[in-house]
Design a protein. Structure first.
Length: 401
């Protein structure tokens, strides 16, 4: 029995990454909610003990009373729970998935010879350089005077990510560019936990064990990084699902589409953060929805002037079949001839005209409206061939744009 180990490993890593991501994001969002929902302590003894806030909650049939200390309790508690492995394992599984999909198979998923004719090693090195460079830039920005001004910091960091998205879109495939922007953000989020939040918490614990009063600055710095992670989560989630939607990453303006959608997520997150503090500000919800709608409209060409339809010679079914055989049937066939494909991906074969007609919408989505297929454009499919294929498939299905 043949076992496609690469596919099973892909599934295992994706599933593991998704599960761990849910755990990390869930814990992170919960603690941000908890911090924002705190109200001043009512009991005098709590205030004297350094409790800065408390909150009552009900869940699962039980009541919970939570308290937060301004810096730390007077002594070290017997049982102290840490939250770190969710973040670490999310990053490790995501990085392994990045290596499996985009570095090991760089010629298929990462390299676009029409943009930059990298070797797999060069593409891998470039991708890793963006991940490390993004973290060092972010970390130094946080430590600078700008890092103390939330608005200025947000503008500069967002601008840096947009620039990175543009640069990556000129170097890699659209899909590869998107995933590297997500990996840059994910690297910064995990490094926040590993290099800042946990070490600062350990410093506070060490001071308590020595019987000293911990410095409040460590908690303040850790909270800032935690809030940064809170706002960066939604763009990462968008990028995680983007590979299912070629309309996002195909085309010359893919970086701008990503920027528009990512920026529109900030008002949504801010609306709920304010709501957790007891402040209802619908203007942020409206701004997020408006940004999302405007980005979709712009990406769909709604604002572009209509172009005259150029006369095109009718594309015959035989020409459609020839183009499909040349550029698609190496993989999508009952008897694939591609070296890395043992059976038709997802069971989709284009051996007959009936099959081509059946899957015409998918072919148009993947090979006409975008350049997702063939992978890495290894067969050298031209823009003219894509246009004629689209026209021929539209004629077959009786639908024309």
């Amino acid at each position: 029995m043949d076992i496609d180990l690469a596919q099973w490993l892909n599934l295992a890593l994706r599933w593991f990454h998704l599960m761990l991501g849910i755990m990390w994001i869930g814990a992170s969002f919960y603690f941000v909610w908890l911090d924002l929902a705190l109200r001043p302590a009512k009991e005098q003894k709590d205030r004297e003990a350094g409790v800065s806030g408390e909150v009552w909650a009900v869940h699962g049939g039980g009541f919970y009373h939570k308290k937060k200390y301004l810096v730390a309790p007077e002594g070290m508690p017997d049982d102290l729970h840490w939250f770190k492995w969710e973040a670490y394992l999310t990053f490790i599984s995501g990085f392994l998935l990045l290596c499996l999909m985009y570095y090991w198979q760089a010629d298929l998923y990462l390299i676009d010879p029409e943009r930059m004719n990298f070797t797999p090693a060069q593409a891998t090195f470039t991708g890793l350089a963006f991940l490390l460079g993004g973290w060092f830039f972010y970390d130094e920005l946080c430590k600078s005077a700008i890092g103390q001004n939330d608005k200025a910091f947000s503008v500069i960091w967002a601008g840096a990510l947009i620039f990175a998205a543009y640069a990556l879109s000129q170097l890699f495939t659209g899909r590869g560019a998107f995933i590297h922007v997500g990996a840059m953000i994910g690297t910064a989020m995990t490094a926040n936990v590993f290099a800042v939040i946990i070490p600062n918490q350990k410093r506070v614990v060490a001071a308590l064990l020595r019987g000293d009063k911990p410095d409040a600055k460590y908690g303040k710095i850790a909270k800032q990084r935690s809030m940064h992670n809170n706002y960066m989560t939604l763009p990462v989630l968008l990028i995680m699902i983007s590979n299912h939607f070629p309309v996002l990453y195909a085309g010359d303006w893919n970086w701008a589409i990503l920027a528009g959608l990512a920026l529109s997520s900030w008002p949504f997150r801010h609306f709920f953060n304010l709501k957790d503090r007891g402040i209802t500000a619908p203007r942020f919800l409206i701004a997020g929805m408006a940004g999302f709608i405007l980005t979709i409209c712009a990406a769909s060409g709604l604002f572009a002037p209509a172009k005259p339809v150029a006369a095109m010679q009718a594309v015959s079914p035989s020409e459609v079949r020839k183009i499909v055989r040349t550029h698609c049937s190496g993989c999508h066939s009952d008897t694939p001839v591609h070296d890395s494909v043992s059976e038709a991906p997802k069971g989709v074969a284009f051996d007959t005209m009936a099959e081509i007609k059946q899957f015409a919408p998918r072919i148009i989505e993947q090979a006409v409206k975008s350049d997702t297929m063939p992978l890495g454009n290894e067969t050298g499919m031209t823009k003219e061939e894509r246009a004629r294929l689209g026209d021929g498939l539209a004629a077959l299905s009786g639908k024309r744009d």
